[in-house]
Design a protein around this ligand. Structure first.
Ligand SMILES: [Fe+2]
Ligand SMILES: [Fe+2]
Length: 418
């Protein structure tokens, strides 16, 4: 509804969908069906039905599974919402221009049921009182459970948000919903999209709320997923291919590859142990967590920062991101020992402000592992579109860090498999 201005009817299975389709005067313009729901082959059941009735409504299949003949499109990763919206627009002949011209009411309705998935809203929420709209919840203030209960008892159908806030609100709601999905219900590709969305949400929450029970839960979930993704891909190129195929964000891709490379080094270094594995994953997750946007994550030197066209506030955030992330890590319950120190110094400056090309002589061994892993991650992502040549990448890495303490760690990357 937000993007295409369509009303949506959600049903639990194919049988119910068929009832809607065969109702006299049915105005269904597009069907989006999961390939399979439980044991039911939902999409193909609907296709068989619409074919037999000569109904011409296009059907988009979502979720893993075999191609369904007769469908308009098949989007295997159902959490790639952008692709899905584009597909739906195409099926209905909705152009970008007509989306812009879409008429939207000043106060935009959001079904009340969605509010049970949220603890607070990223924009003001209004209630309709006869003909006027009254503010009900302020931005980022926790909803009172009493208030929600009262609204439910009054069988409230919709609450409202300002029309300019609708994309932000719906994006946030989507991320919150994605974070509630259980991995066992998702394909591997969908798991990656959900993990990406959860990491971005964790970042926003940490920055706006700090360390709370809720943010701690999000952080644990993200770290666990990244660790599992690292362990389940024996080859780095497999992981890379999947990240690219699912168009994950730069910040997530960077943290995920970094965990993979870091874990490889720790597994092969003589002092490596499970505790250090834990630490490297924690740091990979936290070090850039305050950056919030993909474009910020790509900056790695003062020169690049000066040449960028970010505004003053963005610049300050990028400059201080190591320090801000370190402070958050330091407050995190049971954070691995010394992790905040490594995060603070991950761009080479001791206090976590700015960027330096020179790492002092007193950096700790685990710091060296992290710095090497991060630089290697950058090189890997730089060559991601071309032929991967491990020796060439290692040579580049050795040029960046010529001292023997670094070179010893770099040697361990000779056994990473592409
Ligand atoms: Fe980074
Ligand atoms: Fe960074």
């Amino acid at each position: 509804m937000t993007w295409l201005g369509l009303e949506t009817i959600v049903v639990p299975d194919a049988a119910t969908a068929l009832k809607f389709l065969s109702a006299p005067g049915s105005q269904i313009k597009l069907i989006i069906a999961r390939a399979q729901i439980g044991k039911e082959q939902s999409a193909s059941e609907i296709i068989t039905f619409i074919k037999s009735k000569e109904i011409e409504t296009p059907l988009i299949v979502i979720g893993p599974g075999k191609e369904v003949p007769g469908s308009f499109a098949h989007i295997k990763n159902s959490l790639q919402l952008k692709t899905m919206i584009q597909g739906a627009a195409k099926a209905l002949g909705i152009t970008a221009q007509s989306m812009l011209e879409m008429e939207v009411p000043e106060y935009y309705p959001i079904p009340f049921s969605y509010f049970s998935f949220l603890k607070r809203s990223v924009c003001p929420v209004y209630q309709k009182d006869k003909k006027s709209f009254v503010m009900l919840f302020e931005t980022m203030k926790d909803f009172s459970p009493n208030e929600i209960q009262k609204l439910a008892e009054a069988e409230t159908e919709n609450l409202y948000i300002g029309k300019m806030d609708r994309l932000e609100f719906v994006n946030n709601l989507t991320s919150e919903l994605m974070a509630t999905l259980k991995d066992e219900d998702l394909s591997l590709d969908e798991q990656l999209s959900a993990a990406d969305s959860t990491l971005m949400l964790a970042s926003k929450k940490l920055m706006s709320m700090g360390i709370t029970e809720e943010t701690v839960r999000f952080v644990h979930k993200s770290i666990e997923t990244m660790k599992r993704n690292s362990k389940s891909n024996t080859k780095l190129s497999h992981l890379l291919d999947r990240l690219f195929a699912n168009k994950t964000s730069y910040l997530f891709t960077h943290a995920q590859i970094l965990s993979y490379v870091g874990l490889h080094i720790i597994k092969n270094i003589d002092w490596g142990n499970p505790e250090q594995e834990e630490k490297i994953c924690f740091i990979a997750f936290f070090h850039d967590i305050s950056l919030e946007k993909d474009e910020y994550g790509r900056i790695k030197s003062t020169l690049e920062l000066n040449e960028s066209d970010f505004n003053e506030m963005d610049r300050a955030l990028i400059e201080n991101h190591a320090q801000i992330s370190a402070e958050l890590a330091a407050q995190f319950p049971h954070a691995p020992m010394g992790a905040d120190q490594i995060i603070r110094q991950h761009h080479g400056s001791l206090n976590g402000v700015g960027f330096s090309e020179h790492f002092g002589n007193n950096v700790s061994p685990i710091s060296i592992v992290f710095i090497v892993a991060e630089e290697f991650t950058r090189i890997v992502l730089k060559y991601a579109d071309s032929e991967m040549n491990r020796s060439q990448m290692i040579r580049e890495l050795k040029e960046v860090f010529p001292t023997s303490r670094f070179q010893k760690v770099i040697e361990l990357l000779n056994t990473i498999t592409f």
